[in-house]
Design a binder for this molecule. Structure first.
Ligand code: HPA
Ligand SMILES: [Zn+2]
Length: 332
């Protein structure tokens, strides 16, 4: 079997995916028409052509604008259902999905609109595709910590449906320390914790995420290599990194996929996983990310299996289920 077929057919997990970043230009167009929202584009092709980013901020400006077409429960259902249908086609059997409530509550669209839409699609995917999915509620770090506290309170009726709390948006100038108190509360409430750190920000932000937020995983984390002591800690504690290769390329964290350090991180003994981040904005879903690593870095079947096994190891699934899935991937 070719490596492309192995990549496609192997059952895998995705751990770093922003649901608002899976909005296709076609759905954006359809919802803009439905709600008479004016977009600064004349066609679906023009939307796609606009996806030329210089850095994280230039992407986020478009990403938040694009999310403006999501207005009612059916829209959030359609968004989630399209992503989970793609998971089914790509053999993603488990996914841990981030959503940004503040992107919607700032537009007066509340939890009672987006949560039922998300949850209905997730239940349908469990029934029809056998896909399990968890939700990670992420705070926007460019907003104040008080706003994160308000978001945590507003989510209370839905706590049973949320597995983890995360931190995303503009990294530079907004270190994890800004959110130490709200994450302490989230931890006390029993949530798992993740945070974007070391994507554009320095290694010190990864230290802060570990020491101040007590994270279970680091999202991105590719700049950890700048600090040897940090590399030692990540290895010793096997703190997972959810790496997103096409995202790093598109946001100019790297200049060429051949320069990506994912294989070096893996060889250094870190628990590294592959993820798509914002697939419709960055030019590829999960299997495309594996394919890009194969094309540019020459990763082989053994490395693909290790990375996929890591996706289950680093997940928040129950331990016994993780063990079974890891065994299945490595023994084939
Ligand atoms: O890659 C990302 N980094 C930070 N915030 C984000 N929000 C969506 N995607 C990202
Ligand atoms: Zn991300």
């Amino acid at each position: 079997m070719s490596l492309s077929s192995i990549i496609k057919n192997i059952p895998k997990a995705e751990l770093h995916l922003h649901i608002e970043g899976s909005l296709t230009p076609e759905l954006m167009w359809r919802l803009a028409e439905k709600h008479s929202v004016s977009l600064p584009y004349a066609s679906v092709e023009e939307i796609e052509a606009a996806y030329n980013f210089e850095d994280l901020q230039s992407f986020l400006d478009l990403y938040y604008a694009g999310a403006g077409v999501l207005r009612d429960e059916d829209d959030f259902f359609a968004l989630m259902w399209e992503y989970l249908t793609r998971c089914h086609e790509d053999n993603i059997v488990h996914t841990e999905i981030m959503f940004d409530p503040q992107t919607h509550t700032e537009r007066d669209i509340g939890f009672d609109i987006f949560m039922p839409g998300f949850l209905k699609a997730m239940e349908k995917a469990k029934d029809e595709y056998g896909i399990s999915s968890y939700l990670i509620m992420s705070f926007l770090r460019h907003l104040p910590e008080d706003a994160a506290f308000d978001t945590l309170s507003a989510a209370e009726p839905y706590y049973e449906h949320i597995t983890a709390i995360g931190l995303d948006s503009s990294e530079l100038g907004h270190p994890p320390s800004k959110f130490e108190r709200v994450f302490k509360k989230a931890k006390a409430l029993g949530f798992k914790i993740v945070a974007h750190a070391g994507e554009e920000g320095p290694a010190s932000y990864i230290w802060e995420a570990i020491e101040l937020l007590d994270v279970d995983r680091i999202d991105h984390g590719v700049r950890c290599q700048e600090d040897e002591a940090l590399m030692d800690l990540l290895k010793e504690r096997q703190i997972p990194l959810t790496v997103c290769p096409l995202s790093n390329l598109k946001l100019c964290v790297i200049n060429d996929m051949k320069d990506h350090n994912i294989v070096q991180l893996l060889d250094a003994g870190l628990l590294v996983t592959v993820n798509s981040d914002d697939p419709t904005y960055f030019g590829g879903f999960l299997n495309d990310n594996f394919e890009a690593l194969h094309q540019s870095l020459g990763i082989d079947e053994k490395t693909v299996r290790t990375l996929v096994a890591n996706s289950f190891k680093a997940s928040f699934l129950p331990q016994e289920q993780k063990n079974q899935l890891v065994e299945k991937v490595l023994s084939a």
